[in-house]
Design a binder for this molecule. Structure first.
Ligand code: NAP
Length: 350
């Protein structure tokens, strides 16, 4: 029998959709993705991008404080490995996700730890094929697969991946190879500011390489960077090559001026962190749902989460290249749940 609601994706959008559809007695099935190395390497782990961030300062309802006893009381013992040590700070990304997951499970959400490899949206119910070859039928679908970090596309980034090249300072920054050494972060947005600031905990010095002469980042985060004596900004510059060798991995980068192509400089560094934006995880849809030229799912009706396929809804970063915040993702997950619930009711499929 077809599922009434299948949610693909397990970040804030997916779990908000699960909480709402579960409370509406729709018994949602949430497909969270596989916890394999490839998904971690690509920056799309189960429970989403908050799993690779540290403290969440801007999610309403979670001020800094001693959350320890609450977290231990709220989250099942089997999932308490996601809790960090607490000493008065705010909630961490993994903790916030563990809470959302627990809330969804408390209301009866079922979880499948596989990837969706293929969808057939040409008929109804929709058909989803998962990585184990399972075929799942769904009367309605909420796509909440998020987005993943971009790289510059240099061959040398691939060569030294996991040997000094990373797109996640929070995941990798504490590794011995990055300690007390100079590191490089590329980008000028909030992610680059966050990564660079975080890396100053470990590095002897952090270079930010940015292609323009001003940051895109929010003022408060940019100001923290400018005032940090351990950060040196290389303005109007791009990384031409990640330098390294077999024995040591990354040993530096070669940068080129964007003002005068002929001017290059080599920076010694044991790590290179790309922080230049994201790509939505929508390839598996095979073009069956309309997307923008960057692959973000289109919401054709203003203030609704409908996609161009009736009965298919989208929420979070896979459809939103503008706000891209945990709170906006969760908000659109809620909207998608309500839209799906109303659509099912109108079709008599609830
Ligand atoms: P972003 O705002 O799109 O910034 C990407 C940066 O990378 C830009 O500075 C861009 O340069 C640069 N860039 C892109 N492609 C490049 C290339 N090929 N070569 C060199 N540089 C390149 O992405 P983001 O920083 O990941 O932030 C995404 C969203 O998440 C934003 O809305 C941000 O506010 C939010 N965010 C919030 C927090 C927080 O509040 N704690 C933390 C992280 C992210 P240009 O500026 O020249 O375009």
């Amino acid at each position: 029998m077809a599922e009434r609601v299948v949610i693909i994706g397990s970040g804030p959008a997916g779990w908000a959709a699960a909480i709402y559809t579960a409370r509406a007695s729709l018994e949602p099935l949430l497909i969270e993705g596989e916890a394999n190395q490839e998904n971690f390497d690509l920056g799309r782990p189960p429970l989403g991008q908050l799993m690779i961030t540290t403290e969440i300062e801007n999610y309403p309802g979670f001020p800094a404080g001693n959350l320890e006893s609450y977290l231990k009381g709220a989250i099942d013992e089997s999932r308490q490995h996601m809790l960090g040590p607490h000493s008065g700070h705010g909630v961490s990304g993994p903790e916030l996700m563990a809470l959302m997951q627990q809330q969804g499970i408390n209301f009866g959400t079922r979880v499948l730890s596989e990837d969706v490899t293929n969808v057939d949206l040409s008929g109804h119910p929709f058909k989803l094929t998962t990585s184990s070859g399972n075929v799942i039928e769904a009367n309605s679908l909420i796509i909440a697969t998020g987005a993943r970090a971009n790289y510059l596309g240099l061959e040398s980034e691939k060569t030294f991946k996991n040997r000094g090249v990373s797109a996640c300072a929070v995941c990798d920054g504490a590794m011995p190879r990055f300690r007390n050494k100079p590191l490089v972060v590329v980008g000028g947005g909030d992610s680059a500011m966050e990564e660079a600031t975080y890396l100053t905990k470990f590095a002897s010095k952090v270079y930010i390489v940015h292609r323009r002469d001003e940051f895109r980042a929010s003022k408060i985060m940019a100001q923290r960077v400018i005032e940090n004596p351990k950060i040196d900004v290389k303005w109007n510059s791009v990384v031409d090559e990640v330098l390294g060798d077999d024995q040591n991995g990354v040993t530096g980068v070669r940068i080129r001026s964007t003002l005068d192509d002929s001017v290059t400089e080599e920076l010694e560094a044991s790590g290179y962190f790309a922080a230049i934006g994201h790509t939505p995880n929508t390839e598996f849809l095979g073009g069956q749902v309309d997307t923008t030229d960057k692959g973000y799912i289109v919401w054709p009706v203003s203030h609704r989460t409908n996609t161009t396929v009736e009965g298919v809804f989208a929420a979070g970063d896979c459809a939103d290249d503008h706000y891209r915040q945990a709170i906006t993702a969760a908000g659109s997950g809620c909207s998608a749940a309500l839209d799906a619930e109303r659509w099912l009711a109108a079709k008599g499929l609830d």
